[in-house]
Design a binder for this molecule. Structure first.
Ligand code: NAP
Length: 288
C-alpha cells in the first residue's frame, strides 16, 4: 500500500513521523515546504506538489486546519480529488463540522474516491507518542483497510457510525473542552481575588471531582505562565464557530458554547490565536 500524508502542522508532522517508524511506503506533503527533514528514514518521499503527492496513493490522510483549507486542497482550486486514482481512500483527520464531512464524501464519490472522517482526540504529546484516539465515521469495510495505519498513530479506533459521525462526536468533545477551560480559569481568578493562594488553587482545584481531568495539565501551564502551543487558541475558536453553525443547522440551541465562542474570539483578536487555547485564562486575567 502507498500511503500519503498531507498537512505537517503540529499534529500532522507527528502523525506522519509515527507512520514513518513502520516499514511502509510513505509520501508526505505540506503547503509550506518543511525546513528540515523530520524523518529518520531517508526513503520517505517529501513531495513538492499535490499532484506528485497523491497520484499513486492508495490511502491519503489529511490533517489541515479548517474546512476552507480542506476545500481549497481537495475540491477547490487545487482539486486534488481529481488527481487521485479511482478507489483511493481519503481519510480526513482534521476537526471539521459534520455537514462539511458529508460534502467531502459527496465530492469524493464524484471522483470515485472512498472517504472516512477520522478526527482525533489528543493533542501534541498524544500525537507524538502515538496515543491518539480516532473517532471514525464511514463504512466498516473501509475502516478495516485503514485500521493498521490508525494503529501506528493512535491507541484506539472508535467506529462512531456513518459518514459525519466521527466529526459529530469530536465536536461534542471540543465544546466541553473549551468550556471546561473557561470555567476552570474563572474559578482560579475568583479564588485569587478571595485571597486564596494561586499555588493552592492550581494544585487543589484540578483534583476535585467537579474538575475536568485535563485541567491538571493546564494548571501547570498557568503556573509557569508558559502558553506554548499544543492546541492553538485560534483553532479552538474555529471549532466553537463550527459547533454553533452545526447547532443552527440542527435547530438546537447552544447557549454556553455561543458565549464561550465570543470569549475565545476576543482572545484571538488580542493576539493570542497562536498560543495554546489555555491562554483564555491569560486573556481573562489581563482583561479584567
Ligand atoms: N493541535 C491539537 O492539539 C489538535 C488536536 C486535535 C485535533 N486538531 C485539529 O487538527 C487539525 C490540524 O491542527 P494542527 O494543530 O496540526 O494545526 P496547525 O499546526 O496550524 O497546522 C495546520 C496545517 O494545515 C495546513 N494548511 C492550512 N491552510 C492550508 C491551505 N489553505 N492549503 C494547504 N494547507 C493548509 C498548514 O500548512 P502550512 O504549514 O503551509 O501553513 C498546516 O500543515 C485542525 O483541524 C485542528 O483543529 C488539533
Amino acid at each position: 500500500m502507498k500511503i500519503t500524508f498531507i498537512g505537517l502542522g503540529i499534529m500532522g508532522s507527528r502523525m506522519a513521523q509515527n507512520l514513518s517508524k513502520n516499514n511502509i511506503d510513505l509520501t508526505v506533503y505540506n503547503r509550506t515546504p518543511i525546513k528540515e527533514n523530520i524523518f529518520e528514514r531517508n526513503d520517505i518521499i517529501i513531495a513538492t506538489s499535490l499532484q506528485s503527492a497523491v497520484k499513486d496513493a492508495d490511502i491519503v490522510f489529511s490533517m489541515l486546519s479548517t474546512p476552507e483549507a480542506i476545500k481549497e486542497v481537495f475540491f477547490g482550486k487545487a482539486n486534488t480529488l481529481s488527481l487521485m486514482k479511482e478507489n483511493t481512500i481519503w481519510v480526513d483527520c482534521s476537526t471539521v463540522n459534520p455537514s462539511f464531512s458529508l460534502t467531502c464524501s459527496i465530492e469524493a464519490k464524484l471522483n470515485n474516491i472512498r472517504f472516512l472522517d477520522a478526527p482525533v482526540a489528543g493533542s501534541k504529546p498524544q500525537a507524538e507518542n502515538a496515543e491518539l484516539v480516532f473517532f471514525i465515521g464511514g463504512a466498516k469495510k473501509i475502516i478495516k483497510e485503514v485500521e493498521p495505519y490508525f494503529n501506528m498513530m493512535g491507541k484506539k479506533v472508535l467506529q462512531i457510525g456513518a459518514i459525519g459521525k466521527g466529526t459529530s462526536f469530536k465536536m461534542l468533545v471540543n465544546i466541553m473542552l473549551a468550556q471546561s477551560m473557561l470555567i476552570f480559569s474563572e474559578a482560579v481568578l475568583l479564588g485569587e481575588k478571595l485571597g486564596i493562594s494561586n499555588d493552592f488553587l492550581l494544585d487543589l482545584l484540578p483534583n476535585l471531582v467537579v474538575s475536568a481531568p485535563f485541567t491538571k495539565f493546564k494548571a501547570e501551564t498557568i503556573k509557569n505562565n508558559n502558553y506554548d502551543v499544543q492546541f492553538p487558541l485560534e483553532l479552538m475558536h474555529k471549532d466553537l464557530h463550527l459547533a454553533t453553525l452545526t447547532a443552527y443547522e440542527q435547530n438546537q440551541p447552544l447557549f454556553l458554547a455561543n458565549l464561550t465562542k465570543e470569549l475565545y474570539a476576543q482572545a484571538k483578536k488580542n493576539g493570542m490565536g497562536r498560543l495554546d487555547f489555555s491562554a483564555i485564562h491569560k486573556y481573562l486575567e489581563e482583561a479584567h
